[in-house]
Design a protein around this ligand. Structure first.
Ligand SMILES: O=c1[nH]cnc2c1ncn2[C@H]1C[C@H](O)[C@@H](CO)O1
Ligand SMILES: [Zn+2]
Length: 356
């Protein structure tokens, strides 16, 4: 089957569970905000700056990939800049046909100019509301839920977990940990995860990206993660002929969602290429696979582009793209009835037309 064109995928409704706010700024916005505060950048025009991020993130190492965030985080230290970046994020996702998105960021990284954690969360949430309203007025409705991330090398996870719960009825739908994986196992933050479970709250954990099965095992079996951020190394527990080890079987049996991010994985060396990305195998074995952008700026990508790349690499048509979209919507952290409404009222009718 011929690959589905990017321009057609843009028109189809999509759901996105793993997108970093500080990994998705518009290059032009970074330039303007950096100018205001005198932050030096490695390039002077939007095109060159976008190309710099993509090249610098293309190192084959997660640690070096993460160094590029110094420039985005630096320009996100005021309420105005956080509001603007969140608003533009909602608008950009909506313009790409994303109808539901969970966007994450680490509030603790936005305190360099004396904001409080609460001010950070409120500025971002207000930006998403403004962006959502503007997108709806443009005929591109989108629902955005926020995930608050704690950095795994730091020691603020309990505080960020409590912050997440405090804003659970004001836009925050879940919690996450991110940052360099090797040397910083999920169990380092066990207290925070146990607290969240007692609060009946939702969380995902970046695991199985730059480190393998022990990280995934801890995330699921010690910490109780609802979903896996990446989880791509789960393939280490699947033999060449498709026989699942105990952990892979558990993840599949329990329908634990995998937030796979193909382009990001190629850049950090977690996969050799899109065509060789384990998403093909995980799809064939019927894991609860979802497709995500991770960092649109660093990967020069979008939801539609990720899907177009997969359609080309694996011959996936509308049926597979609908499956991925419904998987993501089923795995979202908003209430069940709200997920179901988006599936039945938005996603299924649109794909029914596309499937003909
Ligand atoms: O793919 C990733 N793995 C681990 N950490 C990541 C990834 N993408 C972004 N981050 C980090 C860098 C950001 O500053 C932070 C919060 O969004 O999360
Ligand atoms: Zn990520």
């Amino acid at each position: 089957m011929a690959a589905i064109a990017h321009s057609d995928i843009v028109k189809a409704p999509k759901a996105l569970l793993h997108d970093h706010l500080d990994g998705g700024l518009r290059p032009a916005t970074i330039l303007e905000l950096a100018e205001e505060i005198g932050h030096p950048l490695p390039a002077g025009d939007p095109e060159a700056l976008g190309a710099w991020f993509a090249a610098a993130a293309d190192s084959g190492s997660l640690e070096r990939y993460l160094e590029t965030f110094a420039h985005t985080v630096a320009v996100m230290q005021t309420e105005e800049s956080l509001h603007r970046v969140a608003k533009e994020c909602a608008l950009d996702l909506a313009a790409d046909g994303v109808v539901y998105a969970e966007v994450r960021y680490a509030p603790e990284q936005h305190l360099e100019r004396d904001l409080t954690l609460d001010q950070v969360v409120e500025a971002v949430n207000a930006g998403f509301v403004a962006g959502g309203q503007e997108a709806a007025a443009l005929g591109r409705p989108i629902r955005v839920g926020v995930l608050l991330t704690a950095m795994r090398h730091a020691a603020r996870s309990q505080e960020i977990a409590e912050l997440s719960v405090r804003y659970r009825d004001a836009g925050v739908v879940g919690f996450d940990i991110a940052g360099a994986e090797a040397g910083f196992p999920p169990t380092r933050h066990l207290d925070a995860f146990e607290y969240l479970q007692r609060e009946n709250f939702h969380f995902t954990i970046h695991a199985g990206e730059a480190f393998g099965l022990p990280s995934i095992w801890q995330a699921i079996q010690w910490c109780g993660a609802d979903r896996l951020g990446h989880g791509v190394r789960l393939v280490d527990d699947i033999s060449g002929d498709g026989v699942l080890g105990r952990l892979a079987a558990y993840v599949r049996d329990k329908r634990i969602p995998l937030e796979l991010c193909p382009s990001s994985n190629v850049q950090t060396g977690a996969a050799a290429s899109i065509a060789e990305h384990p998403i093909g195998l995980l799809h064939d074995l019927r894991f609860r696979v979802t497709v995500n952008t991770d960092n649109r700026l660093m990967s020069g990508t979008s939801m539609s582009r990720e899907m177009a790349l997969l359609s080309e690499a694996f011959g996936w048509g509308w049926a597979e793209l609908q499956w991925l979209t419904i998987n993501a919507m089923k795995s979202a952290f908003i209430p069940y009835d709200e997920r179901l409404a988006i599936i039945n009222e938005v996603i299924k009718p649109a794909y029914a037309k596309l499937l003909g």
